[in-house]
Design a protein around this ligand. Sequence first.
Ligand code: HEM
Ligand code: NAG
Ligand code: NAG
Ligand code: NAG
Ligand code: NAG
Ligand code: NAG
Length: 323
Amino acid sequence: MKSTFFVVVCVVLVIFLGICEGGSLRKHFYKHSCPEAESIINTKIQQHVSANPNLPAKLLRLHFHDCFVRGCDASVLLVSTANNSAEKDSIPNLTLSGFEVINDIKDALEAICPKTVSCADILTLAARDSVSVQFKKPLWEVVTGRRDGNVSNKNEVFGNIPSPFFNFTQLKQNFASKGLTLHDLVVLSGAHTIGVGHCNLLRNRLYNFTGKGDQDPSLDTRYAAFLKRKCQSGDITTTVDMDPGSPTNFNTDYYPNLLQKKGLFSSDAALLRQQQSADIVKELVDEGKFFLEFAQSMKRLGAIGVLTGSAGEIRNDCSVVNS
Ligand code: HEM
Ligand SMILES: *[C@@H]1O[C@H](CO)[C@@H](O)[C@H](O)[C@H]1NC(C)=O
Ligand SMILES: *[C@@H]1O[C@H](CO)[C@@H](O)[C@H](O)[C@H]1NC(C)=O
Ligand SMILES: *[C@@H]1O[C@H](CO)[C@@H](O)[C@H](O)[C@H]1NC(C)=O
Ligand SMILES: *[C@@H]1O[C@H](CO)[C@@H](O)[C@H](O)[C@H]1NC(C)=O
Ligand SMILES: *[C@@H]1O[C@H](CO)[C@@H](O)[C@H](O)[C@H]1NC(C)=O
């Protein structure tokens, strides 16, 4: 009885939300089909991160952008074709990178077990492993069995990837539309403890907040002065660290920074605009708590809209659909 009920609930959920599909992912999906897959990905990532300490930020953001558009199906990795402008060619892609690392891993995997490991799983594992290098152990669990999509559309990025100019309500709605909670929003925003942002995204906050040549009052004045020295008004190329104290160290610094009004984007500052959200920010200052919660939210992020079973395909080349 109970199981029939659950199946019915699941079918209904699949129809309306597509949520239950995450249930088909499992630990070590490639245990028999490609036993070395996870260790090869890990070894490759260790090498790439030692050559480029900024890589964890790149891959973590790439994974997030993949999952928020059409689910975690590696659609973000596809290149545009004569007839189609892909996600990576939309404006918010700005500075996505790390594509060549994923392609390098895919080449290594194709050499030992061709047509077996999906690009979506490679990206998910690579994001986890790169962030985990500094800890010498995996920071969160990744279940596998994702398959690759065959559609990537530039026009789908704007409606799905949250903007750094979003207010609290918009952020909450955006995450809710992906089946993620307010708690996930605050926890996952902690990813901004690593990496950089471009000056053009700060122009309003620093130089013209209400159209009167003013500054965002929710930004610490000394920090604003520091940012202004880095970012001249018309600058669109310079980047600034999102966590100025430790830009390549994955830690909880995002939250104390935020509480000191040193969050970089309006979307960061917005998390303090509502009581429940501000309370979560305060809790996550605790490192043990943040790592625990981040691990759980990353699992939910990695399960958004996944293709499993016989849906989708296993791409031969991560940057183009199979012909
Ligand atoms: C909550 C809504 C979010 C907004 C509005 C947002 C916005 C942004 C923006 C505008 C940048 C800077 C891009 C650039 O100028 O190059 C950025 C960088 C980044 N974001 Fe987010 N983000 C959000 C959530 C997330 C999540 C959920 C993750 C991952 C779990 C994430 C991970 C990153 C990382 C690692 C970077 C640094 C990338 C680099 O160094 O190249 N962000 N984000
Ligand atoms: C683009 O579309 C045209 C007409 O629909 C088709 O003939 C052509 O083969 C397509 N090209 C590619 C690269 O898919
Ligand atoms: C992002 O899109 C622009 C066009 O809007 C394109 O010129 C650029 O190459 C894209 N960046 C990446 C990393 O694909
Ligand atoms: C993508 O895959 C679906 C389902 O497998 C198929 O019906 C569709 O024709 C494919 N689209 C492209 C552009 O290859
Ligand atoms: C958030 O932004 C939306 C869209 O611009 C706007 O309609 C809404 O009133 C804003 N909410 C708050 C609380 O400022
Ligand atoms: C500030 O914004 C207002 C309204 O959007 C605009 O008219 C004005 O030119 C801007 N000033 C500067 C210095 O960018």
